[in-house]
Design a protein around this ligand. Structure first.
Ligand code: PEP
Length: 251
């Protein structure tokens, strides 16, 4: 089984002091891979304070390498100040900034070209799920990114049902497992090398008290955590559950 990947997505929360002290508050991390994604403004400060203790990533990047794109930050710039991972296609970007699957693919390509490992977020709305279109929606969202993931240093796909993000309503283990297996089947069909390279992780109201159940299924190769990643104690508790389960699986 791939090493579990635990990602903190702070969204537009936190401040310089929080970014500076977070890695120290988190402590040492071994058996799982941890990535923290603070707001872009705090990335460099956090990279200096964390000194390699946790890997860092950005929550979004420009699809362009450079040019007259006011307000954008390129993947190369994010890399230069410490990012090694980049989230693309988070549902808040897709909804609030009207990003299409094509935009997400362009961002994914920009990330890979700059040496960043992309985490591509996909997810269905409640309406799509109710209409029986969940699997089809996710396949459509992934169609143009497979070739890019093969070229990436490392990569992840975050299955985040839109209705589960920030709502306190975590998807059932059965629904998560069905979707993760479907994504892994699509990977196998495209190129089986991806099964070892691309981790399929879940996001949507993950908390210390529900992450253990998610990790009972080995199709869940990690989690993307929003709200519960803002407090180092609750994020650490999630890491500890993942590490304990990884250790138990080894025995
Ligand atoms: C997210 O930010 O992608 C997320 C899943 O948020 P939350 O954990 O707060 O639902």
């Amino acid at each position: 089984m791939n090493k579990r990947l635990i990602i903190a997505n702070w969204k537009m929360h936190g401040d310089l002091a929080m970014a500076g002290g977070f890695a120290a508050a988190l402590g040492q991390v071994n058996t799982v891979e941890v990535v923290v994604m603070p707001p872009m403004a705090y990335l460099q400060g956090m990279a200096e304070a964390a000194a390699g203790q946790v890997a860092l990533g950005c929550q979004d990047i420009s699809p362009f390498a450079e040019g007259a794109y006011t307000g954008d930050v390129s993947a190369g710039m994010a890399y230069e100040v410490g990012a090694r991972w980049a989230l693309v296609g988070h549902s808040e970007r897709r909804v609030v900034h009207s990003e299409s699957d094509q935009d997400v693919a362009a961002k994914c390509e920009a990330a890979v070209e700059a040496g960043l490992s992309p985490i591509v977020c996909v997810g269905e709305t409640q309406q799509q799920r109710d209409a029986g279109l969940a699997v089809e929606t996710i396949s459509d969202q992934l169609a143009s990114i497979w070739r890019l993931l093969l070229q990436a240093p490392a990569a992840g796909i975050a299955y985040e049902p839109v209705w589960a993000i920030g709502s306190g309503q975590v998807a059932s283990l059965e629904d998560v497992a069905v979707m993760h297996r479907s994504i892994r089947e699509q990977m196998r069909a495209y190129d089986a090398r991806m099964l070892e390279k691309v981790r399929v992780i879940y996001g949507g109201s993950v908390k210390p008290n529900n992450v253990g159940e998610l990790f009972t299924d080995d199709a869940v190769e990690g989690v993307l955590v929003g709200g519960a990643s803002l407090d180092p104690e609750s994020f650490r508790a999630i890491i500890d559950v993942a590490a304990e389960q990884a250790a138990a699986e080894k025995e």
